[in-house]
Design a binder for this molecule. Structure first.
Ligand SMILES: [Zn+2]
Length: 383
């Protein structure tokens, strides 16, 4: 018997091209005109931040921008954002950017009521303080699904990448406007879209798989397969951009229920050691494990193959699925070579086996020995 499933409230959602116009009126209604908001924005999307600020100002809201964050954000950056929210007496925190900005925004909103460092909450070591601020999350990439989950990933002072978790971290509102993703460079469109695909595949095939994660997860797989290549060929195609954005949201819901697997354990190790972009890291990592996973959990992977529309002409096999996955990774142009001075098969295996990655290894549809994981590490670095 599996444990009872408890789902949190979902964020309210505004989705579709032109959604940004709804943001100001909605927040003015919720917090009152004149309310102060902290806008946690990725420094790489300054032009979009100005658009958001203008939309908020038009509704009579005061936004103060915080841009002190990087990819692979640190706990110290979360602390700085939380301090800014306290200083401002912010009514809410608005996150704008990729997964890093959204993670910083929602974690800062949770820890802001007290001056305690964000690192103290890592790995759910303690509950969040009462009175967390509402978070509004506006992704400008389409992949991480951070806008749909109760987790955030931060890097601690020792370089380890750890997760934080809590009901309070679920956003109050997510706004998915595909117009905000049109300027995303091709390599990030590809990497974040593949992240969404890996989320969905791992969530619908791992040991915690559940009909309630299969429903959004399988739809996310179909949406990525259909729309990601088009979003790369025609970056301004709002239907394609919107399709990938919905896939990211749905895949986020799937991992929020069921979690991920071995590709995310390997991917976090690649990110921590070699600063490999998260989406590229997990995308390549799933490529080396997918055939073995599919052989071990055939029924769950058959559903993946159907969602990818692979079963029309040929009998589905594990090798066929892995080949189709590899072809998609190549089609979207994910760079395969992983070169970094700190990346060796030995260092990558050691990082994969760190305690913070154990839950993902344990959730995977089958267990892998250290020797097998070492083989994955060698194959990843041999490309
Ligand atoms: Zn991911």
């Amino acid at each position: 018997m599996t444990a009872p499933l408890e789902l949190p409230r979902s964020p309210a959602l505004i989705a579709g091209a032109g959604s940004l116009a709804r943001l100001g009126p909605r927040l003015a209604q919720r917090h009152g005109r004149g309310a102060r908001l902290l806008l946690v924005a990725d420094p790489g999307v300054a032009a979009l931040a100005e658009r958001v600020e203008a939309a908020l100002a038009e509704a009579g809201l005061e936004a103060s921008r915080f841009e002190g964050l990087s990819s692979d954000p640190t706990a110290a950056q979360v602390d700085a954002a939380a301090a800014a929210a306290r200083e401002l007496a912010a009514a809410a925190v608005v996150g704008l950017g990729g997964g890093s900005a959204l993670d910083v925004a929602k974690l800062a909103a949770c820890v802001a009521p007290e001056a305690r460092p964000a690192a103290d909450y890592a790995l759910a070591a303690r509950p969040f303080p009462a009175g967390s601020l509402p978070a509004v999350l506006i992704p400008t990439t389409a992949g991480t699904g951070s806008e749909a989950t109760r987790t955030a990933i931060v890097t601690l002072d020792d370089g380890s990448k750890v997760w934080t978790w809590g009901e309070e971290m679920m956003a109050e509102l997510a706004l998915l406007d595909p117009e905000l993703t049109v300027g995303l460079p091709a390599h990030l469109t590809a990497a974040t879209g593949i992240d969404a695909l890996v989320h969905a595949i791992e969530a619908v095939t791992n040991r915690n798989r559940h009909p309630l994660s299969a429903a959004p997860g399988l739809q996310a797989i179909a949406l990525v397969a259909r729309h990601l290549p088009r979003a790369l060929e025609a970056p301004a195609d709002l239907e394609a951009r919107g399709g990938v954005q919905l896939a990211a949201w749905l895949a986020g819901q799937a991992i929020d229920i069921s979690g991920t697997g071995v590709a995310h354990a390997l991917g976090h190790a690649l990110g921590a050691l070699g600063h490999v972009h998260h989406g590229r890291a997990v995308g390549l990592a799933l490529g080396v494990a997918l055939a073995d996973n599919a052989a071990a959990a055939a029924e769950a992977h058959a559903a993946v193959a159907r969602a990818l529309d692979l079963t029309r002409e040929e009998q589905w096999t594990a090798g066929h699925l892995a080949g189709a996955y590899d072809a998609l990774v190549d089609r979207v142009g994910l760079e395969r070579r992983l070169a970094h001075e700190r990346l060796t098969p030995e260092s990558l295996l050691a990082a994969t086996l760190r305690p913070e990655n154990r839950p993902m290894l344990a959730a995977n549809c089958r267990a892998y020995s250290e020797a097998e994981l070492g083989g994955f590490c060698r194959r990843l670095l041999a490309a």
